[in-house]
Ligand binder design. Structure first.
Ligand code: NAD
Ligand code: TYD
Length: 350
């Protein structure tokens, strides 16, 4: 089985590449990634010597390049994660999100359609999406199901919603065998320290302020990234063509409560006085269009495919903190920008 995984040098993608190679001895993976600021090949250092793994540097917005890659390789399937993924960046520069998330996705869909035409049996195009396409929920009011109407508010979620529609359109129009999952907020190792949890771990570690948007009342449903990778593997192999699956942790936290928990764990791990990290908390101007609450109803995935999260948030957050503290070199490589030299140094510009 030769799979194309896009965005494999990013946070979730690196866990997905590792999951497929570890769980399926017969699987080969081509990791296609353009190495934006979010791509870090050091995330996959442990797999570099695996003959079943290959890295290709390339941009999914380049239709000719994507078409050529498909004509030169007989991919059985695609797991598509490459994206611009940070809401704050999408507010600053929406165009990059349209290019990669919409145009890039259409380029991949079109290349797969052309390459697989007349031979779709056993193929699969798996599109990894987000719960943010559903918009926002009232405090304490319901959860997102697979039939919740799309109502995106940020340029990021609007671009992901658009890409989801194109994926469904390729299924309905051309019979492309697609599957989509919409997942809640992920946390775990190898996440770029611009997202809440790794940013705050790094700031506490280095004694910098913790900027909490608005009053910290926003609620997110957090899932350990390895549980997401396991769900993607399961859905890839056992999900039904044309279907959507919600993935979530049944694990809602107000930002303020999450940050307080994180501060307590950090105080303990760093052997600081209780309450020391909390002194770094600062309430700052709210994010524009800040969605109040996300919560995923993942019962379809549980009932149809038997998936459930494997660990509690307290356990997962503790493991996550331990990973960043044990991998200060990784964090320093990212925050200094040195990680961007990894490709030249290890692949010699190939
Ligand atoms: P990330 O930003 O950490 O990684 C994205 C990867 O895509 C990077 O390696 C980057 O180099 C690559 N990439 C970006 N533009 C590219 C392009 N034009 N061509 C080729 N590669 C390109 O993102 P992530 O957090 O790992 O998210 C992965 C996917 O999962 C995204 O599609 C995102 O929408 C989705 N998702 C993320 C979360 C989350 O909490 N992080 C939750 C649900 C869904
Ligand atoms: P983030 O990790 O950016 O994920 P998303 O916006 O996709 O949910 O943010 C998680 C929550 O934390 C969100 O409500 C915004 C908030 N937040 C802060 O309060 N301060 C920060 O510095 C960041 C990055 C996020």
């Amino acid at each position: 089985m030769h799979l194309l995984i896009t965005g494999g040098a990013g946070f979730i993608g690196s866990h997905v590449v590792r999951r497929f190679l570890r769980a399926h001895p017969g699987c080969r993976v081509t990791n296609l990634d353009s190495l934006t600021y979010a791509g870090n090949l050091a995330n996959l250092r442990d797999l570099e010597d695996d003959p079943r793994y290959r890295f290709v540097r390339g941009d999914i917005t380049d239709a000719a390049f994507v078409g050529k890659l498909f004509s030169e390789n007989d991919f059985r399937g695609v797991v598509h994660l490459a994206a611009e993924s940070h809401v704050d960046r999408s507010i600053a520069d929406p165009t990059a999100f349209v290019m990669t998330n919409v145009i890039g996705t259409v380029n991949l869909l079109d290349a797969a359609r052309r390459a697989w035409e007349g031979n779709m049996e056993g193929r699969r195009f798996y599109h990894v999406s987000t719960d943010e396409v559903y918009g926002t929920l009232e405090d304490g009011g319901g959860m997102f199901t697979e039939s919740t109407p799309y109502d995106p508010h940020s340029p990021y979620s609007a671009s992901k919603a658009s890409s989801d529609h194109f994926v469904r359109a390729y299924h309905d129009t051309y019979g492309l065998p697609v599957v989509i999952s919409n997942c809640s907020n992920n946390y775990g190792s190898h996440q770029f320290p611009e997202k809440l949890i790794p940013l705050f771990i790094n700031n506490i570690r280095t004694g910098r302020e913790l900027p909490i948007y608005g009053g910290g009342e926003n609620v997110r449903d957090w899932l350990w990234v390895e549980d997401h990778a396991r769900a993607i593997d399961l859905i890839y192999h056992e999900g039904k063509n044309g279907e959507t699956y919600n993935i979530g942790g049944h694990n809602e936290w107000r930002n303020i409560d999450l940050v307080r928990l994180l501060c307590r764990i950090m105080d303990r791990k760093l052997e600081r006085a209780e309450g020391e990290s909390e002194t770094l908390m600062r309430f700052v101007t709210d994010r524009a269009g800040h969605d109040l609450r996300y919560a995923i109803d993942a019962s379809k995935l549980k009932h149809e495919l038997g998936w459930e999260p494997s660990i509690t948030f307290e356990e997962g957050l503790e493991k996550t903190v331990e990973w960043y503290l044990a991998n200060g070199e990784w964090l320093e490589g990212v925050t200094s920008g040195a990680y961007q030299n990894y490709y030249e140094a290890h692949y010699g510009g190939r």
